[in-house]
Write a protein that binds this ligand. Structure first.
Ligand code: HEM
Length: 531
């Protein structure tokens, strides 16, 4: 009976293509309409774009136009802080609701805990712990427990020598490939080369040679972009998860993943099934670097991922590192350099701060340990201002409403629906940050809040901004690489502004998929004139 029905369906599909198409269309419309009519968002009249209420394709269309981060800002301007953007998803822009969704709830109390939504599964491309995409809160907590200390400020301070080696190669490469030849330099490419070199340095104390070569050796950075863009394009489409498995997604992206590991670890024949021995010998030679720490972390997590293996479990940590360092940091880095060329007065102050420490940016002059004082307050504020205004991780950090449900202003969101906030919408909220929110004004980070008090003293703006912004996420799943990101940008920027005068010859263009990339900016560099 079933077989004859199936046979009939295939026969009609072939014979009556138009009828079948019409039937599919009608069924889809009926499905969308039924979901719309039953939606609790409709019952509460939550505002939002008409098509978004019916289909995920609405958001996907704007993501594929690469403008979604700005389009969503416009939607919030039009509809207010709570917007119905997809059949089962609400977007929230009000910073005061950040802690409702991302606050430090007890992950053991499933009744009130907001997990990462199933869309994160799209980015899971292995059988092992993959930090950013792990949805299980207990495993994510364990991962953080095993890994946060080496991504802490103190942990990274131990690797400062490696940051400086990467900086030296950056300067040598820029000199050789652009200053001496007088050719324009593509800023985002160089920020990526630096990031790849830095990852190789801090992972296993090796020089990967991207800056020295002045090119994307073996398409390594390109591979990172392909993986990130693929995940970003598919994340908003729930059916992708029905149609694929982790194994399928990994197979699709395997070539790019393996290429990353081979070129960054300088293991030209690395493969998951045979690579463990190579990794072990490399990490044994560099016990204080991240590869050794990743290896230990994966050993501690192994029992939770019986289908993975040592090589996969270790290298996926490198992928998470590369995703942050190469996929995210360079785009804010580009905007920071761009803003400094637009604000010469800020650039001048940064150069003056650097002169107080022998024209070199040293972490120990920045971090307030051992009674030291931060010698770079304006420099630090300029970097923070850039990450506030151009938060490269710009997709909605979507979470599932727990069994308790949740109250967002006048609306009650029932369990099982998704709610999310995205950094552009939150960071540009005038109500919270003030009417000059869109201006690049580093000094704001050094001021006091005009009215608020904290512990009997005036509340600093730094404290106030960090309690509201979403650049690095918030709560238990806050970005583990935020200190690394700050150090990378400060090391890169300090070196470039110390050595070179910079003239922008092509402006950056925003391009959103998963991250908001800053593409196309070109600069002419010349050796800095003495002042
Ligand atoms: C300016 C640079 C960066 C920005 C704006 C940024 C932003 C973010 C955001 C918003 C999240 C939260 C994601 C979520 O809740 O779904 C996150 C998580 C994460 N980031 Fe970053 N990131 C940056 C750099 C880095 C770097 C350099 C690394 C390298 C280690 C990194 C590694 C991670 C990891 C592993 C997570 C997942 C943490 C968890 O789920 O507990 N990020 N990042």
């Amino acid at each position: 009976m079933f077989l004859s029905l199936l046979g009939w369906a295939v026969y009609s599909l072939v014979q009556h293509k138009l009828c079948s198409l019409a039937a599919i269309l009608i069924l889809t419309l009926a499905y969308w309409t039924r979901a719309y009519l039953k939606s609790p968002f409709r019952a509460q009249q939550i505002p939002g774009p008409f098509l978004g209420k019916f289909t995920n394709a609405y958001r996907w269309y704007y993501i594929m136009r690469h403008t979604w981060h700005r389009d969503l800002m416009d939607l919030h301007k039009k509809y207010g802080p709570i917007v119905w953007i997809a059949p089962n998803e609400i977007s929230v822009s009000d910073p005061s609701l950040r802690n409702v969704i991302y606050g430090f709830q007890n992950h053991k109390k499933d009744f009130t805990f907001f997990r990462k939504s199933p869309s994160y599964e799209t980015g899971s491309i292995n059988q092992d712990f993959s930090f950013i995409f792990e949805q299980d809160p207990e495993r994510a907590r364990l991962g953080k427990y095993h890994m946060s200390h080496f991504y802490s400020e103190q942990g990274l301070l131990n690797l400062e020598e490696n940051f400086d080696k990467a900086v030296d190669e950056l300067i040598e490469g820029l000199d050789k490939h652009h200053v001496k030849t007088g050719t324009p330099c593509k800023m985002v490419d160089w920020a990526e080369f630096f990031a790849l070199d830095l990852v190789a340095q801090i992972t296993a104390d090796q020089s990967a040679g991207f800056c020295l070569a002045g090119k994307d050796v073996n398409d390594t950075a390109y591979g990172t972009r392909v993986i990130i863009k693929t995940v970003g394009s598919l994340m908003p489409l729930p059916w992708v998860l029905t149609a694929t498995s982790r194994a399928i997604r990994q197979t699709l992206l395997l070539r790019f993943l393996i290429n990353l590991y081979r070129n960054v670890l300088l293991l030209p024949t690395f493969a998951f099934d045979t690579g463990a021995a190579d990794l072990i010998s490399l990490k044994d030679r560099n016990p204080k670097h991240l590869l050794a720490k990743f290896y230990n972390a994966q050993s501690n997590m192994r029992e939770h991922y019986p289908n993975g293996n040592q090589a996969e479990g270790t290298t996926i940590q490198i992928f998470n590192l590369i995703a942050g360092a190469v996929g995210v940091v360079p785009h804010t880095q580009v905007k920071l350099i761009h803003e400094l060329t637009l604000h010469p007065e800020v650039l001048q102050k940064i150069r003056e701060e650097l002169q107080t420490t022998g024209d070199t940016f040293r972490l120990e002059d920045y971090l307030p340990y051992n009674n030291r004082q931060n010698k770079y307050p304006i420099f630090e504020s300029a970097v923070r201002e850039a990450v506030r205004l151009w938060p490269a991780v710009a997709f909605s950090l979507s979470r599932v409403v727990p069994p308790s449900g949740c109250q967002l202003h006048q609306y009650h969101i029932p369990p099982g629906y998704n709610v999310g906030m995205a950094a552009y919408q939150v960071n540009y909220d005038e109500g919270y940050f003030g009417s000059d929110v869109a201006q690049f004004r580093p000094e704001r980070w050094l001021e006091d809040h005009p009215t608020q008090m904290l512990g009997g003293e005036k509340r600093s703006m730094k404290n106030y901004i960090e309690a509201g912004w979403l650049t690095f996420g918030s709560g238990g799943r806050v970005c583990i690489g935020r200190h690394l990101a700050m150090f990378m940008m400060m090391k890169f920027t300090a070196a470039v502004v110390r050595e070179f005068d910079i003239r922008v010859v092509k402006q950056p263009v925003e391009y959103h998929t998963l991250m908001t990339e800053m593409l196309g900016m070109e600069v002419l560099l010349s050796r800095k004139r003495a002042v």
